[in-house]
Design a protein around this ligand. Sequence first.
Ligand code: SF4
Length: 124
Amino acid sequence: MVTPRGPQRVELLAGSEPARTLDFPTPPDWMRDALCREYPHVTFFPDKGQAIKPALQVCAKCICMMDCRAWAIADPSLDHGVLGGMDVQARKAARKLAALRVASPSPAPSSHGDPRTSLLGDAG
Ligand code: SF4
C-alpha cells in the first residue's frame, strides 16, 4: 500500500554513476527496502558495454523485486538501466506481452466440463 509522505527525493539506485536520484511526489512504501540503496558500488544505469550482471544479482536478492518490476514495467519512461531484475529489453518485452494479453484475453473455459477435453473433440 502506498502511503503519502509528501514530496521527497529517493535515492533508489544510488549506486549508479552518476548517482541517480529519482523524484517521487509520494514514493511507494516498498522503496524504503530497496536493496540497491545498500550497494553504492554497483551500477544500475550502466554505460554502453558495461556489465549488468552485478545489478541483476542485487535485484535477485531484493525483497521488493516484484513491486519494483511492476512499477518499472508500468512506466515506459523508465527506459534505461536495470530495474526489478530486468534490463531495458526485458521490460520492453514484458510491456509487449502485457499489451498482447489485454488485446487477446484467454478464452473462457468451456461450459462442457474440462476445457482440455473440448480440444480433443467429443470423447462421448
Ligand atoms: S529490484 Fe533491484 S532496482 Fe528494484 S529496488 Fe530492488 S535492488 Fe533496486
